[in-house]
Design a protein around this ligand. Sequence first.
Ligand code: AMP
Length: 180
Amino acid sequence: MWHTTPMRDVSRIQSAVRDVPDFPKPGIVFKDITPVLGDGKLFREVIDFFADTLAGKGVTKIVGIDARGFIFASAVAYKLGVGFVPVRKKGKLPWKTRAAEYDLEYGSAIVEIHLDAVAPGEKVALIDDVLATGGTAAAALKLLHSCGAEVVCAQFLMELGFLHGREKLGGVVVDSILIY
Ligand code: AMP
């Protein structure tokens, strides 16, 4: 395990992430972030890491991916004093939406964004908890690009580097606090 930014001391965050083998099904090691969220100092550290990277970059919306991405994205938006935008699983957003489909191990899934959530040319950052195969984040990026957004950065608490998810993100700058 290493981290992307040498200035960051991520050891306390890394120690708090709990590996849960065979959840939600055999063969998956689930990265449980609830011990990080439950520790006020660590939660603040994560939010500060994300927000510090974005400071001064002219970002006006933080886009969170359903559901754990919301936890971080809303706090970062609050810290930077900018808007929060949810990318949600199909059928959850009440108004007119744009949709993107992506492949899962078995079958596919759809994520949606409100048509007026991001203006053309607006600078945004995307946040989620885990970058695994990259399918979810790639679908969210597709939505943002079709809105005309300029995606300054895609941020993750952790990246499962061995799954090469960042290769699906089309050259968008990726900032992961932990890389496995
Ligand atoms: P993917 O589309 O494969 O990059 O998966 C990313 C989404 O699935 C994220 O929203 C994560 O919350 C979740 N996810 C994928 N793999 C894991 C894992 N090993 N532990 C926890 N969450 C995961």
